[in-house]
Design a protein around this ligand. Sequence first.
Ligand code: AMP
Ligand code: GLY
Length: 445
Amino acid sequence: MKVLVIGNGGREHTIAWRLAQSNLIEDVICVPGNGGTAVESKCRNIDPKDSPALANLSRNEVAVSVAKSEKVDFAVIGPEDPLAEGIADALWDAGIPTVGPKSKGAALEASKDLSKVFMQKYGVACADSQTFTDKDSALAYIRKKGAPIVVKADGLAAGKGVVVAKTLEEAENAVEDLMAGLGEAASKLVIEEYLQGVEISVLAAVSVTEESAANGKACIKSFLPARDHKRLLDGAKGPNTGGMGAVCPLEDVTPETMAAFEKNILQPTLKGLIAEKMDYRGFIFFGLMITKDGPKALEYNVRLGDPETQAVLPMMDFDFAELCQAIMNGTLDSFEMKWKSGFQVAPVAVSGGYPLKYAKGKEITFAKPLIEKAGAKVFIAGAVKDRRENSPTLLTSGGRVLACSAHGDTFEEAWKKSYEAMSGVKFEGMFFRKDIGLPGAAESN
Ligand code: AMP
Ligand code: GLY
């Protein structure tokens, strides 16, 4: 089979790598892909910018056009914004089976207001909240509730739309700043109860259609729990980033917590997807706060997490392409997910200066024997192939550049291997956290 993967980050390199390992898959076409997918076995990139026929098309049109001209058997969508724009609707309409929800389901991430309405309607355990379109009412509500309190822009804001305000003044400023600075994304604000606890990410496969809902086969199956580390510096300090590293599974998450998640969050979510007649065949990411009252949903993402994917997918002891088939054809309920024992640790290397200003175009060198000895896999995020003819070099092109993901029978072994591999990667200005997965590294309130 031939598969199309949409996206250009570390998550998409990992998805493409896992698909390429399947005996079912002959070709993985990445649009646009990155420097990692450019050289991965069975993978190749098509960058619309390089093709006069594609350069002026919309993103959805590019996906359909490539899917048809390359005669792909199915597509997997990595990021949330094409999903919100209806890329899955466009591909299914063109006869291309797709992993990724249609735009109605994608709105669960694209609108925080809609996702809170959904959670409340179907009894998903989450923080109390109220939505405002008017600044004065928002400010009045905040003054009534007091701090700490959380202010969220409704729309997709690339991680800039949430302020966890410790004081009333911070909360008031957040209302002003979000409404002034984010435009349309903050025309509605969700103001939410502050939850205390430690965060985890549960990624899951979803297969809900009208047909599977009718025959009782609609289901959500969660993967092993994982944790991202969003702050820039060791000890969960410094500014928020897109993610500085991930671990999977988590020693601090008990089976009781996972059972409470299943009962109070996953099952009500499934009930809601069915009741709302969603055609949701893809992945969902539950951002959870583990509070003293059990897990509460912070948010839904309608895709796999980045960098969680770089730690979770290598733990799969099953064929990822078969999982994609099961999601699309409504047999997920009988699909058996087997997991490797042990742990996966995946620290991320970023460009110096990230998440603010950083340089691009820096050459990356890899000490291959060291990385191979550690048994680690390097997943490329923000790096591209040097375009000079026959150059094997990768050049940095983004803030988060790569992750070194390694497995171990124990957490300590996985940790040591991933950092050994990291010591074999070099580029000017390279920075990484030294404490991914260690005590004190997780975000908590
Ligand atoms: P979100 O985009 O909704 O996941 O929010 C981004 C981050 O803000 C989360 O990962 C949490 O660290 C924090 N956060 C969001 N909602 C809350 C809440 N209700 N209480 C405490 N922290 C929160
Ligand atoms: N790692 C957080 C996210 O993917 O949204």
